[in-house]
Unconditional design. Structure first.
Length: 54
């Protein structure tokens, strides 16, 4: 089997943790809201039906 080109080997190396993507504040906010709704007994469909009305 033919070896992969060095450029692919370089591209495939893991990046440093400081370069990892982080969730946006919008995603964190929406996650908090849905987790709160779930902890209050709301289910997935009910949460999104009420969210669409707002």
């Amino acid at each position: 089997m033919k070896a992969m080109p060095e450029t692919i080997n370089e591209w495939s190396k893991p990046i440093q943790e400081r370069q990892w993507a982080h969730p946006s504040s919008e995603l964190n906010d929406k996650t908090s809201k849905i987790e709160k709704a779930f902890s209050q007994g709301q289910d997935f469909m009910t949460f999104f039906k009420s969210a669409m009305k707002d």
